[in-house]
Design a protein around this ligand. Structure first.
Ligand SMILES: Nc1ncnc2c1ncn2[C@@H]1O[C@H](COP(=O)(O)OP(=O)(O)OP(=O)(O)O)[C@@H](O)[C@H]1O
Ligand SMILES: [Mg+2]
Length: 255
């Protein structure tokens, strides 16, 4: 099985769910039937609902979002307030069970908040990424200050996880002067092929329902190829149709 993709970020509200939903849609389009998880959340369960919708998952929400707490706080605190402190062993057990029953399907996991947001007793997304040997995807908003934010997150990751990391800069509704230069500047500090960016979606219907333009689809496939989840030949627009006709030309990258 390929390593899970762990979508984290420099902050809350940076576009993790938007990216996760888009990646799930492209993987489904390639007939790879991803599993999308939001293991820990606090506040509403909208993210888990979007992921379920995008993945076409009709299972109870608890199967993809098992550790949900009501207060819109860091999950560590929300869990304590409910008298249900969250232990790393419980989250690990959930992942092990899910991995066992995943039948090798690609797995996408959305964190909560940023990389070091306290999720439970003594752990954040960082520890889960290490436990799972996951590929971290660091989402950040393409605006002034993003270079510092991304470099701080990269510096917090252990070297082995950092080497696997991909960075995604999300276009903002109000770009500033730096938005045009951030990507080039970031490439001076991190391997250029590991830095990606996504455009602003115009649709008001949300990423789960908006149509994927060929350019957006291609950007998402390039990201999945950089993560080793699909091979570059998935860029052919007819990949799904080709797989149906000739399964031997399956587009998943070799394990
Ligand atoms: N590329 C984009 N195009 C259009 N809207 C976007 C894009 N990226 C983010 N947004 C918008 O920014 C807001 C925050 O995005 P999102 O919910 O994906 O962030 P998040 O990192 O998942 O937040 P949370 O920490 O609450 O899980 C949403 O309203 C979303 O629609
Ligand atoms: Mg989210």
């Amino acid at each position: 099985m390929k390593p899970p993709l762990f979508i984290t970020g420099t902050d809350t509200g940076v576009g993790k769910t938007v990216l996760a939903v888009l990646l799930v849609r492209v993987l489904r389009d390639l007939a790879l039937q991803p599993l999308a998880l939001k293991p820990v959340s606090a506040g509403d369960r909208a993210d888990a609902r979007w992921l379920a919708l995008a993945a076409g998952c009709r299972a109870p929400l608890d199967e993809l979002n098992p550790f949900h707490f009501r207060s819109p706080l860091a999950p560590l605190l929300a869990a304590r307030q409910e008298g249900r402190p969250l232990r790393r062993t419980a989250v690990s057990a959930f992942f092990q069970k899910t991995i066992r029953s995943s039948a090798g399907r690609p797995m996408l996991i959305e964190g909560a908040g940023g990389l070091l947001t306290p999720l439970g007793e003594g752990f954040s997304a960082l520890e889960l990424i290490v436990d799972l040997r996951a590929i971290p995807i660091v989402v950040a908003v393409n605006k002034l200050g993003v270079i510092n934010q991304v470099r701080l997150v990269l510096a917090a990751l252990p070297p082995a996880a950092r080497r696997r990391t991909l960075v995604v800069l999300m276009s903002t509704a109000s770009p500033d002067l730096s938005s045009r230069t951030n990507i080039a500047l970031l490439k001076e500090f991190f391997p250029p092929d590991r830095i990606h960016h996504l455009p602003r979606l115009r649709s008001k219907t949300g990423p789960a329902l908006t149509s994927l333009s060929p350019g957006l689809r291609s950007s998402l496939i390039q990201l999945l190829a950089a993560a080793g989840i699909v091979s570059d030949c998935a860029l052919r627009p007819s990949a799904k149709a080709a797989r149906r006709q000739d399964p031997a030309r399956f587009t998943a990258a070799p394990s």
